[in-house]
Design a protein around this ligand. Structure first.
Ligand SMILES: *[C@@H]1O[C@H](CO)[C@@H](O)[C@H](O)[C@H]1NC(C)=O
Ligand SMILES: CC(=O)N[C@H]1CO[C@H](CO)[C@@H](O)[C@@H]1O
Length: 461
């Protein structure tokens, strides 16, 4: 036993020495590529106000499909959602969707905050732009914040957090102005017509969006793909980012994998006492990940095949997406007949998110982001191996499916100035726990603004 431990220690020291001495990879410079159908046409740079306005024929056609849903196979006895969504539960959702869900009302709610479209690199990009109402009796600075969603979410997730970020707080001398785009190929943003639009390329588009709006420097916040995209934005344009807040910090580096494996033998080298049960035994946690990430494999390899099925059937789309809102909110919910879905969400807000995919026919194009990211040539760009260089806030929600110890996260985000483990919540933080997430963003920006003040005084001395 002692010999084994000594051997592992030696190997560990060797590996860390080797990794430390690897030359830091350089950040690739991506071209400002045109992703739209008409190459070589100069973008009209206008910013046009936009309102969601789905024609009656689209809703009628959806209702016809809902009326004609085939009889679904009942779930196995006592299976909960462990074989996928419970069709008994799904039937009740479909009934609500068909008979009670009032799109014209929901659409009005989604139109509450101002939206725009603007053409960037050949694609019309849709975004919310929510400005604060400033108090008259004191000076409050306005800080732009780029807020980026992921899959299978959408800008619907942000409706509750907008006011929490754009309402001035009495104890703060700043407030946010929030820019929340729909990812290209998601909802009301155009999809690329040719391969290659991965997260780092989306970061270029969003950097250009912020520049077009007049922001040369801004904060970012992201979860899921939003965290991947904003991380590569910081890697490519560190001077544009005042600070980056994530509710999904993770490291895909080779050394992260090696350290996780080393930790399987010597856990206390890698993880704290509280963290150890969240990642070890490694085989248990990795098998859990395999169990929950089949969707990722298929979307990364054959997005258009599975896309056809869920494009053509609202029942299929609902099953595919709602299952994620159950398990990713709390993995334990999969043992319940109702998937715990209404613990944190209302049925109407879940349907709003489905509708954004349905009425825009964008589920297939949303899948393709996985294929672009897992492509060899995207991997070869090396973003995974690069650190995120800007001041970072990591919000760790306890029910997030994947978990990595703080020591591993910090090596990927070396300038983490705030690392918070939150008392509750899962993957869809803004949607599920808007107040917790907003508070975490405010306190991170507080720290960062103090840092910036100190840096400024130092410079002027
Ligand atoms: C939607 O479009 C129709 C037809 O152009 C128009 O009559 C209606 O006022 C619009 N509704 C909204 C909410 O903009
Ligand atoms: C879109 C894209 O970059 N596709 C690439 C995926 O990877 C293969 C193998 O490296 C390339 O040949 C494709 O061009």
């Amino acid at each position: 036993m002692l010999k084994l431990a000594a051997l592992i220690l030696l190997v560990t020291i060797g590996i860390s020495f080797y990794l430390k001495n690897q030359p830091a990879p350089t950040v690739p410079k991506l071209p400002e590529q045109n992703w739209g159908p008409k190459t070589a046409v100069k973008d009209n740079e206008g910013i046009r106000p936009f309102k969601i306005n789905v024609s009656k024929s689209v809703i009628d056609e959806l209702n016809q499909r809902l009326d004609r849903t085939r009889e679904l196979q009942p779930p196995l006895e006592g299976a909960g959602w462990t074989y996928g969504i419970s069709t008994t539960f799904l039937n009740s959702v479909l009934k609500h969707w068909r008979t009670k869900y009032d799109w014209s009302k929901r659409q009005e709610l989604l139109n509450k905050y101002p939206q725009f479209k603007t053409k960037i690199q050949g694609l019309d990009i849709h975004f919310y732009h929510v400005k604060p109402t400033l108090p008259k009796d004191r000076n409050v600075r306005v800080l732009p914040l780029l807020l980026v969603h992921g899959w299978p979410g959408s800008v619907v997730e942000f409706q509750k957090i907008f006011p929490l970020l754009t309402t001035p707080r009495p104890d703060q001398d700043y407030v946010f102005e929030v820019i929340a785009p729909s990812l290209p190929g998601y909802g009301f943003s155009d999809a690329a017509v040719r391969p290659g639009l991965g997260p780092a390329q989306m970061a270029v588009i969003f950097k250009n969006l912020m520049l077009r709006l007049g922001y040369d420097k801004f904060y970012t916040q992201g979860g899921d793909w939003g965290s991947v995209i904003t991380a590569t934005l910081s890697q490519q344009f560190p001077n544009k980012v005042s600070g980056a807040h994530f509710n999904m910090c993770f490291s895909n580096t080779a050394s992260a994998t090696i350290w996780s494996i080393i930790g399987a033998y010597l856990p206390s080298l890698v993880a704290t006492k509280e963290e150890i049960p969240r990642i070890y035994p490694l085989s248990h946690h990795w098998l859990r990940l395999v169990e929950e990430t089949g969707y990722m494999h298929i979307q990364a390899t054959k997005p258009d095949t599975v896309g056809t099925a869920v494009t053509d059937s609202p029942a299929g789309l609902a099953a595919y997406i709602l299952e994620k809102f159950s398990t990713w909110t709390n993995p334990e919910y999969r043992f319940r007949d109702d998937g715990g879905l209404f613990e944190k969400f209302t049925i109407d807000e879940l349907l709003d998110n489905l509708m954004v995919y349905w009425v825009t026919n964008s589920i297939t194009t949303s899948f393709r982001l996985y294929a672009e990211t897992f492509n060899k040539s995207y991997k070869a760009l090396g973003f995974d191996e690069l650190p995120v260089p800007v001041s970072t806030g990591c919000a760790i929600f306890p029910h997030e499916l994947a978990f990595q110890p703080e020591s591993i996260i910090r090596s990927k985000y070396p300038n983490t100035i705030q690392y918070s483990v939150l008392p509750r919540g899962g993957h869809f933080a803004a949607f599920e726990e808007p107040q917790l997430l907003a508070d975490d963003v405010w306190s991170f920006v507080n720290l960062r603004e103090k840092q910036l003040k100190v840096e400024k005084t130092k410079e002027s001395q």
